[in-house]
Design a protein around this ligand. Sequence first.
Ligand code: TPP
Ligand code: MG
Length: 285
Amino acid sequence: MESADLITKAENTWCPGCGNFGIEHTLKDVVAGLIAGGTPAERIVLVTGIGCHGKMADYLGVNSFYAIHGRTLPVATGIKIANPELTVLVCAGDGDCYGEGLEHLLFAAKRNVDLTLIVHDNRVYGLTTGQYTPTSPLGFPGRSTPLGTPEYPLNPLELMIAAGATWVGRGYSRRLPQLHELIAAGIRHRGFSFLDVFQICATFYNQSKFYDEHVYDLEAGKFPTADLDAALHAAREFDYSRESRIPLGIFYETTFPTYGERLAGERAKETDPVGVMQRMIAERT
Ligand SMILES: Cc1ncc(C[n+]2csc(CCOP(=O)(O)OP(=O)(O)O)c2C)c(N)n1
Ligand SMILES: [Mg+2]
């Protein structure tokens, strides 16, 4: 299996210079590597949100599911719980995941669902032509805020570490070898892997020069860490508005039972063959 075998016939409609090309290319390589390593292609599932990033489902030749806007994670959680043998990958947008789908994001982290989430964080609503999202900087002059957004952005890494994600990383769509390592490591991790990727939106928020000048790699040996304070401290270095250095890499990694494992444990304790979930449904009706 070569990554070229995963290219579909769908016409590509991303803008020239879009960072999604790099993410797509990299994810293809990682998936091809998984298949070459023995994971059957039919056991890999990609769930996407709605937006420019969502077209990954059209362009990557694996089983995929277009969720509705903001709802990638409940769909992906259901897929993983129904068939724990599947490798579940999620590509979501920053608007999709930090705006419409924020509550689902918090619960997927809290539950430690065993899946890999890649957020195409272009820090703008791309497909709807340039409104501000939760990660746009203070003062961002988007289509819906021509005078500049009066809101401070949220810091998704800090949020995910606090919410219980067991693997938290950040990549950049112009640092592809590192992105490859990050996606592969996220998939290897057992539990909720959260990877925010600074994805260049060439049309509505082109930050290539700023990122190129400010990104650096977290110090090997110190990171990834299971020390919450150290991980939070590193995650706070860049606050999405200030012009500071921006660390890339794996911030936080720890082991913890997954949602599926806990659910299986509960089911095993049940003497009633109907099982916990069905009994709970029956109790409510
Ligand atoms: C429930 C709902 N609200 C709004 C929309 C309109 N909509 C479609 S794509 C999109 C923006 C997506 O932005 P983001 O998630 O950041 O993805 P990007 O296009 O930047 O990759 C919006 C608001 C929708 N399809 N469904
Ligand atoms: Mg976006």
